[in-house]
Design a protein around this ligand. Structure first.
Ligand SMILES: C[S@@+](CC[C@H](N)C(=O)[O-])C[C@H]1O[C@@H](n2cnc3c(N)ncnc32)[C@H](O)[C@@H]1O
Length: 264
């Protein structure tokens, strides 16, 4: 039984790849541009290894890293959203590299595979979507083989704070305050008591944006702007353009992202 928030994620936010793509574009265009390679360098990719990508999104990692990883890997691309699973399978097959690609529409809080099924597990920017992230962590650990590696990426609380500040100027938060998203600090003690070895590796980056429309598209892809009135959306676009003007035509966004490399 999905919560209302999960229904929103499945049926609206991640119904297809378009909203995630608006956000990924900002990182690709203005960031370090080595995210996937950096992730791959921290992974564990044995020949004929079984990999699970939990919350795989549009599967961009597998398309981008095809020539960096063994072709003999078998990939299981799991997501709550059937639209994302379809996009991920298409992206992975489109790399013309992997023969064994399986899509699975499922909740990562109850992974439908036996204990010890995988050599490597990815959970990249997804644990904060689970109603009970600790249950998700237990599942990621359960399906890993002994010695297998989970790569778990999350943000710090102040990640991209400039964008939230800008959005709140134009569209104030409505209703009771929501708890902040599950972040690196929340996850660290949970991971340390769940896995045998845990290393936290930071990914320092700053986006120096030059096109207001890219920032507008990013903000419009997320709550509350994705469901805001036309007047509020206009106000948000005006606030973004004013912020660029104040900084002489650019807008700087600080990133605070980290990766836990966890060995089972
Ligand atoms: C921010 S996106 C990240 C996608 C991908 N890992 C990446 O880094 O590009 C979060 C993904 O988690 C998925 N998701 C959210 N809740 C989930 C759940 N309970 N089980 C599995 N996937 C979930 C969403 O549908 C979405 O595709």
């Amino acid at each position: 039984m999905l919560t209302k928030d999960q229904e929103y994620l499945r049926d609206s936010q991640y119904r297809d790849a378009s909203k995630l793509e608006a956000r990924s574009r900002l990182h690709r265009k203005y960031g370090r541009q080595d995210w996937f390679e950096w992730l791959a360098n921290h992974g564990h990719w044995p020949e004929r290894g079984a990999c699970l990508d939990a919350g795989c999104g549009a599967g961009a990692f597998w398309n981008a890293m095809a020539s960096n990883l063994p072709a003999s890997l078998s990939l299981t691309l799991l997501d709550l959203s059937p639209g994302m699973v379809a996009a991920a399978v298409q992206a992975a097959l489109g790399a013309n590299r992997w023969d064994n690609v399986e899509g699975k529409t499922a909740d990562a809080s109850a992974i439908p595979f036996a204990d010890g099924s995988f050599d490597c597990v990815l959970a990249i920017h997804m644990l904060y979507h689970l109603p009970d992230p600790e249950a998700g962590v237990a599942e990621l650990r359960r399906v890993l083989k002994p010695g297998g590696v989970a790569l778990i990426a999350l943000n710090d609380r102040h990640n991209m704070r400039e964008l939230g500040d800008l959005r709140r100027q134009a569209i104030p938060d409505a209703g009771p305050p929501r708890p902040p998203p599950y972040d690196l600090t929340d996850a660290e003690p949970v991971l340390r008591r769940t896995f045998n070895q845990v290393e936290l590796i930071r990914y320092p980056d700053e986006l120096v944006c030059t096109e207001p429309q890219d920032v507008i598209d990013y903000l419009m892809s997320m709550p509350p702007a994705d469901a805001a009135s036309e007047a509020q959306r206009l106000e948000l676009a005006t606030a973004v353009r004013a912020a660029f003007a104040r900084q002489g035509g650019v807008f700087r966004v600080g990133k605070a992202v980290g990766l836990f490399r966890c060995v089972a």
